[in-house]
Design a protein around this ligand. Structure first.
Ligand code: DOR
Length: 448
């Protein structure tokens, strides 16, 4: 492959914004300078007027392979991710069979090596009965250990207290938790069923999957992590109440010192309770989307550094399934294609700066997961780059949706603040705004 020169970029990286040219060769950034004289044998792309940012590294996706490929595949969802400016992803274990053995984990990496257009890693799933496998896992074999401390899609609840202690004591790498207290939720479900039968309005999900359920479970995870000095990452925080459990890291340096970190997801930041009226069960997800009070607390949490990372929890389900009644409609929504544009839309409304979006979607994820040579625009790093047209806005229509499930919660909306013009993964232009190039990503490597 020829060296590629991006000229006249406006780089947004490490809280700075500056004009520069970027020379890419052998997949990596060779040089960043204010003027790099081009050579005839190089490919040159002039990106004048555009931002160049490090690709989003999404630390929470469900791509449904193996076993649930009618909802999505690594190939289909990674293509959608790249179209949305996501250059690396970390994928969850609640597939069929679940990724709860080292063999299943190896098989997923194998699949991704010939189907994923983005760089990839996979979580090992902890269960009530796979402690021996967990103990055999090495620190760099998986991005993390996923623990469903609350039941969600798939049958992976870990609710045995002794086992939880052992997982937190023995995990060789970061433990990522889904925190919702299942007994509280079950109790709420029965209360609502007694009152309303199966005809429960979608918005009641916010009260059934309640603030208390989140707080109780997150509190338990934090207590366990403090006791065992576990590197804990609490996924998809949704409540103001949980924020009090965590420390603020206003800088990346402070983030590096943290043992316990948090993540918020795009849908919990973008939508609130009022959106159930229009979206119905399309907005049903676990943990639930809650009121604007909690949404605004999450915005503050991001800006103050209590929330360290922004991810998607991309979780495709079929529209037919979403049309079922409350108890039968599955939880989760597809997000990777429009997550970064949605965050830029929020930045155009003054909620986060674009620099903050870059920090939370790329730098902080690389730091937290100890990624090797990714997450920043730096010489020597992999060229995972996204070219954004900051003046472009995008109307989301179903015909443009790339997910296998074929729908998006953003349909009908106009997202302002910047659209993805081009995505480079390992120095290759995989998405040029019109077509996708079939070139496979690499497994993420860790400095652990
Ligand atoms: O809403 C959700 N959907 N939350 C999860 O924890 C799982 C996910 C899925 O896999 O569908």
């Amino acid at each position: 492959m020829k060296p590629l020169l991006l000229t006249n970029a406006l780089i947004i990286n490490e809280d700075l914004r500056y004009p520069a040219d970027i020379l890419i060769d052998k997949g990596r950034i060779q040089k960043i300078a204010s003027l790099i004289p081009s050579r005839t044998e190089w490919q040159v792309i002039d990106v004048r007027g555009k931002w160049v940012i490090p690709g989003m590294i999404d630390d929470q996706v469900h791509f449904r392979e193996p076993g649930l490929t009618h909802k999505g595949t690594i190939a289909s969802e990674s293509a959608a991710a790249v179209m949305g400016g996501i250059t690396s992803f970390m994928e969850m274990p609640n597939v069929t069979p679940p990724t709860t053995t080292l063999q299943a984990l190896r098989e997923k990496f194998q699949r991704a090596s010939h189907s994923s257009l983005a760089n990839y890693s996979f979580y090992f799933g902890a269960t009530n009965d796979n402690l021996d496998e967990l103990k055999a896992l090495t620190a760099s074999q998986a991005c993390g250990v996923k623990v469903f401390m609350g039941a969600s899609t798939g049958n992976m609840l870990v609710d045995d207290e002794q086992i939880l202690e052992s997982i937190f004591a023995n995990a060789p790498c970061l433990v990522a938790t889904h925190c919702e207290h299942t007994p509280t939720i079950k109790h709420n479900e029965e209360t609502w069923r007694a009152r309303l039968g199966d005809a429960i309005p979608a918005g009641e999900h916010a009260a059934i999957r309640s603030v208390d359920a989140c707080l109780t479970s997150s509190h338990q995870a934090v207590s366990l992590a403090k006791k065992h000095r576990t590197r804990l990452h609490v996924l998809h925080i949704t409540t103001a109440d949980e924020l009090a459990l965590f420390d603020a890291a206003p800088t990346l340096e402070a983030l590096r010192q943290k043992t316990i970190t948090t993540e918020a997801c795009v849908h919990h930041l973008f939508f609130n309770y009022d959106d159930y009226e229009m979206l119905g069960h399309k907005l049903k997800c676990n943990p639930s989307v809650k009121s604007s009070f909690h949404q605004e607390a999450l915005w503050r949490g991001v800006n103050e550094g209590i929330i360290d990372v922004i991810a998607t929890d991309h979780a495709p389900h079929l529209l037919e399934e979403k049309q079922n009644d409350y108890f039968a409609a599955p939880s989760g929504l597809p997000l990777v294609q429009h997550a970064l544009p949605a965050l830029l839309d929020m930045s155009s409304r003054g909620i986060f700066t674009p620099e903050m979006v870059v920090r939370k979607t790329s730098h902080a994820v690389a730091e937290r997961f100890q990624l090797k040579d990714r997450g920043y625009i730096r010489e020597g790093y992999w060229a995972d780059l996204v070219v954004i047209d900051p003046f472009s806005h995008q109307q989301i229509i179903r015909e443009d949706v790339a997910y296998k499930c074929g729908w998006s919660p953003f349909e009908g909306r106009i997202l302002s603040g910047g659209a993805v013009d081009m995505t480079l993964v390992n120095g290759h232009v995989i998405w040029n705004g019109r077509t996708i190039q079939q070139k496979y990503g690499l497994p993420l490597e860790f400095c652990r």
